[in-house]
Design a protein around this ligand. Structure first.
Ligand code: 13P
Ligand code: SF4
Length: 325
């Protein structure tokens, strides 16, 4: 702990010295979340991270999250330096949607409006009409349906199916999944609910249908956090990455938080309830990326999105940000 405290204050000094802002997701290490808030940065869902990075005056952003979050920041602010503590931090949804196969899928269905989840590469976004995140997907698809549009959706099949059920839109779904949320189990959740009859069930929509069906609240990470803070129930069953419990405990200290059940326990199942790529964000990596100077050393931590992909990908992100404004 003493070593962590030293590293945390070193990171805070470096952030200040470099005029950099730390933009963290709720699933990363608690020290990184705390540091972001203590130094003027943000802990947020993926929509709010993108908006904060775009609107903040800092010329250097350090994104503690996964690669698509760093790429979105760079797409929105090409003039800023965007660093990440570990550039290898990716996402199973991004990996499961290779740009060439996705392009072929789109080419085969030219009559459909292409809507992609934020959790995709810049090249996939470059082919899309709209980007959405879990916090605004429902409203955007409702809007497109009202205009009579048919949708091609990628990559998360669970989120796609949930939106389809809620809106009745005509949606053709890519078959991707989040390795973390895919592990939550409906049957075991049902048993757990019986043990905690007063508990509110909070579910991220990347979870399977049998889990979403039991939810009192379905929403993005920020929306689930808000449900705990505003809720009057004494206990909450949380079906999302357990990294979010850190912030939930801070903001709702008296409330009981119970992790939703997964297939294995954390000793046998590496991805159960905690994303292995989010876990790659560590204080060491943060200090190292801030210490790396200009040029080759910084290159190991810096996000680049080459043109013309960047400007092609910007269109679908801007459309979403204009919609949610
Ligand atoms: P949120 O947008 O709900 O934060 O989810 C993004 C995500 O999938 C992080 O893994
Ligand atoms: Fe991707 Fe799932 Fe990890 Fe989020 S939790 S970054 S969706 S693999």
């Amino acid at each position: 702990p003493a070593e962590r405290a030293t590293m945390k204050s070193r990171a805070a000094e470096l952030l200040k010295a470099r005029g950099a802002m730390l933009v963290a997701h709720y699933y990363v290490d608690g020290d990184l979340q705390d540091l972001a808030l203590e130094t003027g940065g943000i802990v947020a869902d993926s929509l709010e991270m993108a908006r904060f990075g775009r609107d903040h005056a800092a010329q250097t952003l350090v994104v503690a999250g996964v690669r698509f979050m760093g790429e979105s920041a760079k797409i929105l602010s090409p003039e800023k330096t965007v660093l990440m503590p570990d550039l290898e931090a990716t996402c199973s949804l991004d990996l499961g949607c290779p740009p060439d196969q996705f392009t072929a899928f789109c080419d085969a269905h030219p009559d459909r409006t292409v809507v992609v989840y934020a959790n995709t590469s810049a090249a996939v976004k470059a082919r899309a009409d709209w980007m959405v995140t879990s916090s605004c997907a429902l409203a955007i698809v409702e809007h497109l349906k009202a205009q009579g549009q048919k949708i091609l959706w990628a990559p998360d099949r669970h989120l796609g199916r949930y939106i389809q059920e809620q809106t009745g839109a005509d949606m053709l779904l890519w078959n991707g999944a989040c390795i973390v949320h895919d592990e939550f189990k409906g049957l075991e959740l049902d048993l757990l609910r019986q043990q905690h009859p007063g508990a509110l069930v909070l579910v991220h929509p990347e979870s399977p249908q049998a889990v979403v069906a039991q939810a009192d609240v379905v929403g993005s990470t920020s929306q689930l956090l808000k449900a705990v803070v505003d809720g009057t129930a004494p206990a909450y069953i949380v079906a999302t990455d357990n990294g979010i419990l850190h912030r939930m405990r801070q903001l709702a200290p008296g409330k009981r938080l119970i992790e939703a059940p997964t297939a294995g326990n954390s000793a046998t199942c590496k991805s159960c309830a905690h994303c292995p790529w989010m876990a790659m964000n560590a204080l060491q990596g943060l200090v190292a990326c801030l210490e790396a100077g200009a040029g080759t050393a910084r290159g190991a931590y810096e996000i680049h999105v080459p043109e013309p992909v960047r400007s092609q990908a910007l269109g679908c992100i801007d459309r979403m940000l204009d919609f949610v404004r």
